[in-house]
Ligand binder design. Structure first.
Ligand code: ATP
Ligand code: MG
Length: 415
């Protein structure tokens, strides 16, 4: 028998109430902050991600689902949202609208990741992007939106980790300092880290292989290399966070796994022992739009993994959910009653009352079916009812039964 491909999962009907709740809640958080939804295609030309995400990143090195389509174009299943949203921003002329443009997305992503709890090959992200404004108040807003999303979901104990990795002007000095620091330890670096040493020394800070080496502790900090503008922007952001009493932890190792980030970067983690997985991650990307051929345009955003949010909701015992209405089941016996049942079901649905026909079996089996699908009420059409032109309505909660004229069913079942 076939199974779902490794790293994918079905979202079964019983999982849907929590998924619907999560989707509705993140959407509401985005709307309250003035963000409007955008959907981009599930696949893009591969070059879009190569150019923006960066050659030395996990995503490009080992995680993309790329293939030539039948026309010979190299296509990649979307591994992340920001590059595609920025492509759409330029392509649809949003740069001509009043800035910043505030957008959000909620959609599947694809990465050839190593499957484990909270890590899939097809997963979903809720992400936001504020494009076209460098103001520190926008950084604050995006961070607040991330934390407000947690609050609205009812997720407690979430920790905000924050860093500033500087911008294009500050970067070269910091890179030099990093290379100087790591050079004496070059013999300890594996093959990948050796390459990163040359091409992308920032990546060494979040290398999983190096995490426990003692020489990581006194590695240079990007925040010691900020130029005047970046420093003023950073000070302003921290002042807002302090004023608003939003707790945060400064983490100089936080550099984020994508190349396009500048200045502010942040992650949100469950604040418990052994949790190494971020539920939400983001940062500023002031050079990205220009890299895509637009004029220099700043941007900042984050993405939160829906599966990880739901994992944490379940761990915290979430019971919330958006459940579809319990149905009215219509049970019948005989051909004439069956025709009546079909008509009644049709009328109920037309009035937005959820109605399903019981399967054509014994009356007893039909009643069992009704209780197994969680019916609110059952409409019974047997020979006795047909003769009298009525229907018996059974309340499944109280087990009370009463006869109703067939013409009055709609009214009595509407609530
Ligand atoms: P990690 O270090 O856990 O691989 P990442 O840096 O690759 O994370 P991002 O690209 O920042 O992750 O994605 C943002 C968020 O998307 C993550 O914080 C996480 O919640 C979620 N996410 C990323 N990869 C996966 C995955 N393979 N399965 C489920 N959720 C994921
Ligand atoms: Mg990853």
């Amino acid at each position: 028998m076939y199974q779902a491909p490794r790293g994918t999962a079905d979202i079964l009907p019983e999982d849907q109430p929590l998924w619907s709740f999560t989707a509705a809640t993140v959407t509401q958080a985005a709307h309250v902050h003035g963000y409007r939804r955008i959907d981009t295609p599930i696949f893009e030309e591969t070059g879009l991600f190569l150019r923006t995400v960066g050659e030395e990143t996990d995503i490009v090195q080992k995680e993309m689902y790329s293939f030539d389509d039948r026309g010979g174009t190299n296509i990649t299943l979307r591994p992340e949202g920001t590059a595609a949203v920025c492509r759409a921003y330029l392509e649809s002329g949003m740069h001509n609208q009043a800035q910043p443009v505030r957008l959000f997305y909620l959609c599947p992503m694809f990465r050839y990741d190593r499957p484990q709890a909270g890590r899939f090959r097809q997963f979903h992200q809720f992400g936001v992007e504020a494009i076209g404004d460098t103001n520190a108040a926008v950084d604050l807003e995006v961070i607040q939106l991330a934390m407000d999303t947690m609050r609205r979901l009812g997720l407690g104990g979430m920790k905000l980790l924050l860093n500033n990795i500087g911008d294009a002007v500050d970067r070269p000095r910091f890179m030099d300092a990093l290379q100087e620091h790591f050079r004496p330890h070059i013999a300890h670096l594996g093959k990948d880290d050796r390459r990163r040493f040359d091409t992308s020394p920032l990546r060494l800070l979040d290398s999983k292989e190096l995490a426990r080496e003692s020489f990581m502790n006194d590695a240079p900090k990007s925040t010691d290399f900020l130029g005047d503008e970046a420093q003023a922007h950073w000070d302003e952001l921290l002042a807002y966070l302090d004023d608003l009493k939003i707790p945060y932890v400064l983490d100089s190792k936080l550099v984020r796994g994508l190349d396009y980030y500048t200045r502010t970067v942040f992650e949100v983690h469950p604040d418990r022992e052994g949790s190494q997985s971020a539920v939400c991650a983001g940062g500023r990307y002031d050079g990205l739009i220009e890299q895509l051929g637009g004029k220099p345009t700043p941007g900042i955003g984050f993405a939160a993994g829906i599966e990880r949010l739901i994992l944490n909701l379940r761990e915290q015992g979430a019971t919330a959910g958006i459940v579809p209405p319990a149905p009215i089941v219509i049970a019948y016996s005989g051909a004439e009653a069956k025709t009546k049942a079909v008509v009644i079901a049709t009328e109920l649905r037309a009035a937005d009352v959820t109605a399903v026909l019981a399967p054509e079996r014994s009356m007893k089996a039909q009643m069992r079916y009704a209780s197994s699908v969680g019916a609110r009420k059952v409409v019974i059409l047997g020979p006795k009812e047909l003769e009298a032109g009525v229907a018996t309505v059974r309340d499944m909660e109280t087990a009370e039964q009463k006869e109703e004229p067939q013409g009055g069913l709609l009214e009595s079942l509407s609530n």
